[in-house]
Design a protein around this ligand. Structure first.
Ligand SMILES: [Zn+2]
Length: 182
């Protein structure tokens, strides 16, 4: 995931590839990479260190369960619920068809948007609450690279609202200014 230069060329829809296929492939890849990255620091994300799922002061996320009930969870539990729910969606043949001839659901881009919102929250949580550990492990180039790729892709396919990006706005601005993303 370490890419030098600009991400535009690798997020663009390749010729002859269906846009939903491209969204599905990238959703799968981002989920796995972000999840794997979190795994490398998850020992430091505990109910004690992170009693709520936050991304800086004043930004708290509440988990909404299948019956639309809002539940306050500590960060590791929120992230666990999130990862399971995304994994279940990815495994669901009616949502992410893998067999040829199967159609994507009509609201597929909306579904991808919801997954990207959740993954963004996880990235923002790691930056705001675990960055010192990430630096201590010398993993920040990977996280920066992964985030630049993720933001670049989300921007190209309109997957994140401007206000959702707010917790990482400063970082995103720097990435634009330095031309890592465009
Ligand atoms: Zn945490």
């Amino acid at each position: 995931m370490l890419v030098k230069g600009n991400f535009r060329t690798i997020v663009e829809l390749p010729k002859y590839v269906d846009v939903n296929e491209w969204l599905a492939f990238n959703t799968f890849e981002f989920f796995n990479h972000i999840n794997l990255f979190y795994g490398s620091i998850s020992d430091f994300c505990t109910p004690q260190s992170c009693p709520c799922m936050s991304a800086g002061s004043g930004v708290e996320y509440t988990w909404v369960d299948a019956s639309s009930k809002k539940i306050k969870l500590c960060a590791p539990q929120y992230i666990d619920y999130m990862a399971s729910s995304i994994q279940n969606m990815l495994n669901d043949e009616t949502l992410f068809p893998t067999k040829t001839g199967r159609d994507f659901p009509r609201d597929f881009p909306q579904l991808v948007k919801r997954i990207f919102s959740q993954l963004f929250r996880l990235i923002a949580h790691m930056y705001h609450h675990h960055y010192d550990k990430i630096v201590a492990l010398s993993e920040e180039p990977h996280l920066n690279s992964l985030t630049a790729h993720f933001i670049s892709f989300a921007k190209d396919f309109d997957l994140l609202e401007k206000k959702e990006i707010q917790p990482l706005q400063e970082l995103v601005d720097i990435m634009f200014k330095t031309g890592i993303i465009s």
